[in-house]
Ligand binder design. Sequence first.
Ligand code: HEM
Length: 623
Amino acid sequence: MQVIDIHNHFFPLSWPDLAARYGTPNWPWIKHTEAGRADIMVGDRFFRHIDSACWDPEVRLRQMDRDAIDVQVISATPVLFAYERPVEHALDCAQLFNDQALELCSRGQGRLKSFCQVPLQDPDVACKELSRCMLAGHLGVQIGNHVGSKNLDDAGIVTFLHHCADAGAAVLVHPWDMFGQTRMPKYMMPWTVGMPAETQLSVVALILSGALDRLPSTLRICFAHGGGSFAFLLGRLENAWHRQPVARGDCQHPPSHYLNRFYTDSAVFDGATLQFLVKTMGADQVMLGSDYPFPLGEERVGSLIRQSNLPQHTKVKLLGGNAAGFLKLQPELQETGDKKSGASAGSAPTEPAPGQLTYSSYLKIQELLELQRPQSSPPHHDELLFILVHQTYELWFKELLHDLDAVVANLRRAGAAPQSHDEVYEAARLLRRCTEITRVLVEQFTILETMLPTHFLAFRGLLEPASGFQSEQFREIEFLCGLKDEKMLRYHRPTAEAYASLKRRLEEPSLRDVFFGALQAMGKLPPPSEGETERERFEARARAVHALYKDENHHRDWIDVCERLTEFDELVVSWRLRHIQLVERIIGVRMGTGGSAGSSYLKLTLDKKFFPELWEARTLLTE
Ligand code: HEM
């Protein structure tokens, strides 16, 4: 695997006098002070000390060898962006530095790559320069996080980002031109306070504006300096999104939904912060970025990641695996001869190249395996099983909701187009999957029953007041199928997202409603008449089902749906029963950790049915 640093900077040894070239003052220039040292000046103002690592590839390569870095992707610095200048000057300046970057890379033994810069104040011109640069050999572009008062959600900038996705250009967003500078005149506060806030602002703008919903998922975009304050303040943003309609913006999902749409670099300079960043963003979204060779850059590039407590496989991703994908670097040719001739019988599987999709990157295996966090300390042997069994149930609940939603959609369409039988067939097919999953869920309790009651009691006390009773997805399945109980909502109040989705389920037509809606649309069930009692409606629905069964030759597909729904109902009752048996086997008739009377409470749920009319119809049938 190649170790790749995606955020570091260069300055050429020299460049033309830009103030004279454009006839305007305060352009950056380089003042060489002694051998290998220089100052960057902006007009008469000192800006930064730099050294020959900025312009001399040999120095860079030596330091890369020292730090075991294979590839650097160099970019110019924001002081050269010139977004506030006339576009023709900014374009000319960008072209000067873009070509200088390639010249420097050409002397980098293939280990130096580059990001260009563009005059972002004019998106059309910026798109053209980007295309020119991509053809010339740049891997992408470094942009500032705003253009004057325009954030990244500005329509023109979004158009440019779209173009980057189309052109296959990776985008590195660098904070610059920090706000509030009159209040931050000292102590480098614009760098330590302003930059993180600027970066957070640009991520938030991209998310809340809905720009990420509109931009293609092929856009590869990375925010410098660990994404600024974004990860640390994500909880605050998420809370506001859920609780204050005005804070929601125009995005389709809560902010945390978009974390896999962008990357951050690793330039956070603290091990615990890096771990938090990786935990928040995900191990696939963070890449080595050093800010080398500037004064605030990482002194020994890569040491933060290498010396962190992150697992080895995560370090590999951060050091280069993720960047190879972000930059779409060609995988190095490994066994050239063998590869060309194709696999022969009995040959071993191909070794995946860095950045390629693998079994575990696709399935997020590492993240999945890190999700089991026992409460007991030292962990009780059986607590892992207890956690895993519950997590497995929740995963299957997720699939059930996914399939049941599709059943609802199919039945809705079936009602709208009674001549077409495809939707009814599809609903029955998916319901069969639901019954098979539920059969597995009934069986699965036996695994938990290998746990001795004494072993469970050893850590049960640590779980209070958590309880399966709070399973949001279980309740969602009940609500979706038609077993709605508004009182249950209050148990989910502490989790705003869970509360919102349950409330939505409560208000939406259930599977039961949609099933009978379809029968009504097909003329098999008369519309409810005014003054009809709930009992009378129930009986009318049961009679409609009864009529289907009586006319089997014409309604085989609908009868199939009825049978599947009945079987599903039956299996959910079996689940309830097996759960009670498990509970009694493990804790007897003790109270539950959720505060209920335990098994006697659960027994009251045994009579619950999702589709009572389907059962009632059986009583109506005569020989
Ligand atoms: C040692 C194993 C288990 C014990 C002792 C146990 C105990 C209980 C108890 C006593 C309740 C009643 C609420 C309360 O006061 O806490 C309950 C509810 C519940 N449990 Fe379990 N449980 C176990 C395993 C599971 C598993 C593996 C699942 C799978 C998801 C599960 C899902 C549920 C659900 C969904 C409810 C709510 C049922 C309803 O309200 O109809 N439980 N559990």
